[in-house]
Design a protein around this ligand. Structure first.
Ligand code: ADP
Ligand code: MG
Length: 455
């Protein structure tokens, strides 16, 4: 090994907690029931974190200068061996937040041939992405990282495991398969990461996750990252984590703040036409268009391919893994201008060149909205998101606005008159709205705003 990191013994010696960041007076009781809630500290540079020289070099090579809030908060706790629940929206650097402390503490492959850390993620694409980011941050220190996800060559995975790995990144299903076959041993694992825990539970991976957790040593460290902390996630944390600290990076920023968010009202049968005109008007660098169903995704892909031919791709859960990988790679290589996707696959995908998001179908819940819109404007870049709202979906729009605490700006395109309002109240609200400049971004005052403003 060419370099070795400064020895870090906190984990082995039992560590203890780092100095507590200012605890917030105004904590949410719900979160406090899981553990003490801390807010991210103000940190200007990675130098303020206790990291080895080689790690600082790797971070500089990755082009990071200032730690994101979740990184500033999570890294010291993770290095001290504390269990952490980190709530932060998408695109805020959670991957590096848990990868850096793991990489800092790894024993070399000569010292330990079984996985020391296991990172569980909801999708194959995320597994690739997380492993890629971890490999980038492992710069300067040889590190064996294995990807155990479905749709990938099993023999290669078996060979890798036999040769020894330090970090496993994988999906719950495939990791569980390996445990069943006895090809993966977790008795040397000192850190388990559950990334996008809310989504993994949504998909129905709870049994696999629980079995994986039970196979790990009891005194391991568990880091759970999630954009939201619904009761199912809190229950999982209560059962499998030990005195976790809750890092709340969502307290003051429920919104996907830097992203311009607009909506169109449109009749159901004119959505495709509207989309075509919007794409013409915007000429996006790269756009992701979200649909609700796999069939809808395929259909829209066929329709847009007439105009965009090869520059238009489509991704959903029914496609073969090789096809999904190929499509995402073409998007990264900028061969694709448009990607049509369903929520499950779109979630967590990190491609910084996405300039536009279109919610061709409104998302099923507000969290999906935040996740979709979070695909653009990553790490403070500008992005814009459009949501198509058909008659009858006004309430979905309202609940999205409440969730992000911001009103979406109504947009229009010539020839697409706003769909007639249905209720008198909605009509009045809409008239009032049209008087206001469309560009204005008003912050929402929940006391004064009308609930069902439009449909
Ligand atoms: P999340 O998991 O929270 O959705 P990611 O870990 O995928 O976010 O990070 C989003 C993007 O931000 C990635 O391209 C990552 O390389 C980049 N990134 C992470 N941390 C930093 C940082 N401190 N400074 C600049 N870019 C960062
Ligand atoms: Mg992530």
């Amino acid at each position: 090994m060419s370099y070795s990191r400064s020895p870090r013994n906190a984990r082995k010696s039992g560590g203890g907690r780092p100095p507590r960041f200012e605890d917030n007076e105004d904590t949410i009781a719900l979160l406090e029931s899981v553990g003490p809630v801390v807010l991210p500290p103000e940190i200007e540079s990675f130098d303020e974190l206790d990291l080895s020289p080689v790690m600082r070099l790797a971070i500089a090579k990755a082009g990071f200068t200032k730690p994101s809030p979740i990184q500033a908060a999570l890294i010291p706790y993770a290095l001290a061996g504390t269990d952490v629940i980190g709530q932060a929206r998408t695109g805020t650097g959670k991957t590096a937040a848990f990868s850096i402390p793991i990489l800092e503490q790894l024993d070399s492959l000569e010292e330990c041939r079984d996985p020391q850390a296991i990172i569980v993620v909801p999708t194959r694409e995320l597994a690739d992405q997380v492993a890629g980011e971890a490999a980038r941050l492992a710069y300067g220190v040889p590190t064996e990282i294995a990807i155990l996800s479905g749709g990938k060559n099993m023999n290669r995975q078996l060979r890798q495991l036999e040769n020894g790995v330090q970090v496993v990144v994988g999906t719950p299903g495939r990791i569980h398969d390996h445990l069943q076959r006895g090809t993966l041993r977790l008795d040397k694992t000192w850190c388990v990461v559950l990334d996008e825990a809310d989504r993994m539970l949504d998909i129905g991976f709870r049994p696999q996750i629980e079995r994986i957790m039970r196979k790990c040593p009891r005194n391991r460290q568990t880091l759970l990252l999630s954009a939201t902390l619904p009761p199912v996630v809190r229950r999982l944390a209560e059962s499998y984590m030990s005195e976790p600290v809750v890092i709340d990076c969502c307290r003051n920023e429920m919104a996907v703040d830097t992203i311009e968010q607009r909506y169109f009202t449109v009749a159901n049968d004119r959505k495709v036409e509207l989309l075509e005109q919007l794409l013409e008007r915007e000429d996006p660098e790269q756009a992701i268009i979200f649909c609700r169903t796999k069939r809808g995704t395929d259909r829209l892909h066929r329709q847009l391919s007439r105009t965009y031919h090869g520059a238009c791709g489509c991704i959903h859960g029914d496609l073969q893994q090789r096809e999904r990988d190929r499509v995402l790679q073409s998007l990264r290589d900028r061969k694709l201008k448009l990607l049509i996707a369903t929520d499950v696959v779109g979630r967590g995908i990190d491609i910084t060149t996405i300039s536009h998001i279109v919610n061709f179908d409104v998302p099923q819940d507000c969290d999906d909205y935040v996740h979709r819109v979070g695909r653009t404007g990553r790490m403070g870049r500008d992005g814009v998101a459009y949501t198509f709202v058909v008659p009858g979906e006004g309430e979905v729009l309202t609940s999205i606005e409440q969730r992000i605490n911001k009103e979406l700006v109504r947009d229009s395109i010539e020839g697409f008159d706003p769909v007639p309002e249905v209720t008198a109240a909605a009509e009045a609200a809409s008239a009032a709205e049209e008087e206001a400049p469309t560009e204005a971004r008003r912050s929402l005052n929940p006391m004064t705003r009308k609930k069902k403003r439009r449909r």
